[in-house]
Design a protein around this ligand. Structure first.
Ligand SMILES: C[S@@+](CC[C@H](N)C(=O)[O-])C[C@H]1O[C@@H](n2cnc3c(N)ncnc32)[C@H](O)[C@@H]1O
Length: 162
């Protein structure tokens, strides 16, 4: 069982500063490449519903809304410290925080589930549970994570589409 309380404490402390982390030179380059990549995938896949697990401060949700003006956008995060910032970026997103609310989401409810910069912050067992749930509720799952290696190796970022 994931230790939500311990992880939540860490993110409650870090998320209020998270948008500013993107101004560091390395993060700016990495985020820019990652965001261009996400835009390209969203244009190609054209999902009509998108769920992001670990939405943080809404950096990714904003891109989803810009690319898909009519899509249903839902997000979950264990911490509520980025909720205000995310709501400001995408006011019409349906955002849920706290422990994983499995009962809220049906099988294959979403065309696409995103996990961006999330798995690396989880222990192996929690990653497995997250992946299982993402694959249950999504028809497709797009993972973008610096802990993987793949197409955009320049930044140490990797991705896979399940
Ligand atoms: C590095 S931030 C990434 C935020 C956003 N995806 C982005 O790329 O800007 C990681 C976020 O994932 C959340 N998170 C990590 N593990 C999670 C889990 N198992 N369930 C829900 N949220 C999680 C954290 O609370 C944090 O807000």
């Amino acid at each position: 069982m994931k230790d939500y309380e311990k992880d939540k404490e860490y993110w409650d402390e870090r998320l209020p500063k998270y948008d500013r982390e993107g101004h560091k030179v390395w993060s700016r380059v990495a985020f820019r490449l990652q965001e261009d990549f996400l835009r390209k995938k969203l244009r190609k896949l054209k999902p009509s519903s998108v769920m992001e697990i670990g939405f943080g401060t809404g950096r990714v949700l904003r891109i989803v809304r810009q690319e898909l003006p009519n899509a249903r956008i839902v997000g979950h995060d264990q911490s509520d410290a980025g909720l205000e910032a995310a709501t400001e970026k995408v006011p019409d997103a349906e955002l849920v925080t706290g422990g994983w609310p499995a009962e809220l989401f049906g099988d294959e409810e979403f065309d696409l589930v995103l996990l961006v910069e999330v798995l690396l912050h989880n222990r192996w067992g929690d990653c497995r549970n997250l992946m299982q749930e993402a694959m249950r509720i999504g028809k497709k799952v797009l993972i973008v994570d610096p802990s993987m290696c793949g197409e955009i190796q320049f930044t140490g970022q990797g991705w896979c589409l399940v």
